[in-house]
Design a protein. Sequence first.
Length: 490
Amino acid sequence: MTKFPENFFWGGATAANQYEGGYNEGGRGLAATDVTTGATKDSPRRRTYILPDGTTGATSKVGERIPEQARSAILDGYYYPNHTGTDFYHHYQEDIALFAEMGFKMFRMSIAWPRIYPHGNDPEPNPEGIAFYHKVFDELRKYKIEPLVTISHYDDPLTLEEELGGWENRRTIEYYERYCQTLFKEYQDDVQYWLTFNEINSATMISSFIPDYPKELDRAGYRVLHNKFVASAKVTQYAHTHYPKLKIGCMIAGLFSYPLTCDPKDVLANQQKMQNYFYYAGDVMVRGTYPAFAKKMWRQLGLDEAFFQQDTDILKAGRVDFFSYSYYSTSCHTTHEGAKKDGGGNLSLGYYNEYIPYSEWGWGMDPDGLRISLNEIYDRYQVPIMVVENGLGAVDKLENGQVHDPYRIDYMRAHVQAMAQAIDDGVDLIAYTPWGCIDLVSASTGEMRKRYGMIYVDLNDQGQGTLDRFRKDSFYWYKKCIESNGEDLD
Ligand code: BGP
């Protein structure tokens, strides 16, 4: 079996909105996730709001916007799991010690924008927020764990969204730039590796889950994505100019898929999905220019090409240093009638693949797909790659302080083997940070029972629990995997 390179970054990944908690402490402002309720895989998360006349309400389906006159609000009678996450805010020392015990070389976390700029447009950053992350980075340094920091992971300041129209308004680019400049200046000696936006391509994905998604909202998604590309390119160029030792990466949701059959029409359908859902973002961020197929896409969607061509020089000047993506599952696409739909993986919805097993949440498990995707990405971009999310969301049982999770070990083993094979194929893979290395709140459902961690956190879907931490069997397995640099996978 191929060896993982020396200095390979074994680690784990989290995000502030799902993990950090302390939503109303230390001067932090609100994010959209703070006004979003918990749910299950069969019922959508809801955004709660208040109307000018004082009546309150909640959205009822994914992608639904709150009424025009309404303001998002935290309401009595609803449960908001992201308020607590799994409380990294008060447990960071204990948690980082556990990561160190597993042997982590890298820890992916995000900075909560509303902790640094509570409303996004404040004249000065929040000193308590700045100080909190200094303490976290000091703690990581103690154990020689390299931070990998996502600058924006699903928690933009709510004020920017509600008062400015968020990323549809290009002024948000300026506020983001200011936020990044503050981060680079403050943490230049603590953090070398940065990701500008988590799963940037998710901005245009909603229409793929909702068949009757309004065309105008779909078009807005592409403009939002463009504005984020520009913001990312600007701060990447800024970092390269002012802090040359910093490395900036993209983070793209790994929406990999296959044609359901070898009917060339299915092959073509799948190629178009891959272009739209994945390469569109990768090409802009790594190559610094929109791909050739973009023009036709814009035309078909009724988008004005000039809007996308106005920032050509900026995109070119702000190309990323490395490629990162999330990889959980794959799906299939077909033109054939009557094919069975799958349960939807991470941000994707396609057709059922009879050759792979599915998790309890309906996400296809496909380690070979990881190897395939690594090869595809490296062939296309030729820059170092990090797999910054991967894992199995499952129900775990805590008994006598122990959690036996052989299903998670099997999933991880197969994916580690697939990465080793990809390295053997010639791919320059430099990091693996499996998702939710410690249990945290699910992004799609807001559940706690959908757990990814190698560390169990005692908290349930009603917000009850001690928040105590417990090592699962997978904790010991991963420790051995890291110690042997990916060789001992038994
Ligand atoms: C990705 C997100 C993460 C994470 C993960 C798992 O889309 O970047 O934030 O949550 O998916 O998804 P879920 O929590 O819905 O199971």
